[in-house]
Design a protein around this ligand. Structure first.
Ligand SMILES: Cc1ncc(COP(=O)(O)O)c(C=O)c1O
Length: 370
């Protein structure tokens, strides 16, 4: 298409990325409502939004602008994330309209077309997309099945040495593989490369029991990204935050869209922290459901990749065909072709009665292959 007013070439050359979750156009073509489909393609807390949060929405005054500095939520998060060894201050936090907004903000603040970034994959596609939209060069370091898709720290180090890398994106635990890099190893890597900003995406950290979180706000080259949409099950509201050195937070704050975090998101964020214990208990229970689901699929003969999170990869040979088969039965899984894994689907654990439906459908699919 020729444009009367040409957008930047980087914009025209960067395609929109694929994601899980309902595709409303696809559902509309099928004449289905999103609620009719059991969604295993999105890695959210399947217990749903905590009732107190759902009920609170009616009382929120949406006639006013929200606090553009998100002070109450930053205060509450600072307390929530402080540990015995590390006090977090509100100045070390930035709240965003989901971590999706934060990823775009990081790229906009730090990158020009002269910069190079390293993305450790296969992983969430928005890191590369956000960087490409700024015209930056994206180098990928790709792990494979031989290591359960785990990263080799030496390979990461060598890739960083080979080019002057402005930002290194590491998803920890990784989406879609569920692999975790130990905190100490990441810290060592970041300390060895002080001129690279290490963006550690911890969107799914609360789904991994007892995972060490990044709270090293003393490091001037590490930013942790955290999502509240998945663990708190408020994906429709959008809420995420960055935690890092105040110098990084200040730079990001300069470029942010004012009022991007609405009043409902801010209020529910504070409430979620007040109800954190039962939410954390749900996430712990989910681990047991995941083990049962993985075991059942392995017993059917599927190659199921070990994972630390609530979601995991299954090699089904042709992910697109498998997704279509399941979708016809109103079960949605993530076809991982866009991650560069066309033979894998990603399955997010749901509640046991839902998981049983997927187990039965995949058994039926397996029979069609033999
Ligand atoms: C690894 C990862 N990071 C960030 C996001 C964005 O999350 P949100 O914008 O809902 O916080 C996603 C969403 O799927 C994700 O998988």
């Amino acid at each position: 298409m020729s444009h009367q007013i040409p957008p930047r070439p980087a914009v025209l050359n960067t395609p929109y990325d694929q994601h899980g979750a309902p595709n409303f156009a696809e559902l509309s073509a099928l004449g289905w409502q999103p609620s009719e489909v059991l969604d295993f393609s999105v890695n959210s807390n399947p217990f749903g939004t905590f009732p107190a949060l759902q009920h609170a929405i009616a009382d929120i005054d949406i006639s006013r602008y929200p606090d553009r500095d998100c002070l109450a939520l930053r205060d509450a998060l600072a307390q929530h994330r402080s540990t015995d060894g590390q006090v977090i201050e509100p100045e070390q936090l930035i709240i965003t309209n989901g971590t999706a907004e934060l990823i775009a903000l990081i790229a906009a603040v730090y990158l020009t077309s002269a910069d190079t970034v390293l993305v450790c994959g296969p992983t969430f596609g928005e890191y590369a997309r956000a960087c490409r939209l700024q015209g930056a060069t994206v180098n990928m370091l790709t792990a494979d099945r031989a290591t359960n898709f785990g990263f080799d720290l030496n390979d990461m180090h060598n890739a960083l040495v080979a080019t002057r890398t402005k930002i290194c994106f590491i998803c920890n635990p990784n989406n879609p593989t569920g692999q975790v890099i130990p905190h100490g190893a990441l810290l060592k890597l970041a300390q060895a490369h002080p001129h690279t900003l290490f963006v550690i995406d911890e969107a799914y950290a609360n789904f991994v029991p007892k995972l060490d979180r990044f709270t090293r706000v003393d490091c001037r080259n590490i930013l942790a990204m955290c999502s509240m949409t998945k663990d708190v099950a408020i994906a429709g509201i959008r809420l995420g935050y960055g935690l890092g050195h105040s110098e990084i937070i200040q730079a990001l704050s300069l470029a942010r869209t004012p009022w991007s975090v609405n009043s409902i998101a801010q209020t529910l964020g504070v409430m979620a922290l007040q109800h954190w214990k039962p939410i954390a208990a749900q996430l712990e229970t989910l681990q047991a459901y995941k083990t049962t689901l993985m075991t059942a699929l392995r017993q059917q003969g599927w190659d199921v990749v070990s994972s630390n999170t609530n979601y995991f990869l299954v090699n089904v040979s042709d992910a697109s065909a498998c997704r279509s088969f399941l979708m016809a039965r109103k079960l949605q899984v993530r076809d991982c072709a866009s991650f560069g894994l066309p033979s894998y689907i990603r399955v997010a654990t749901r509640l046991p009665q839902d998981n049983q439906k997927l187990i039965a459908a995949l058994a039926e699919y397996k029979r069609t292959l033999s």
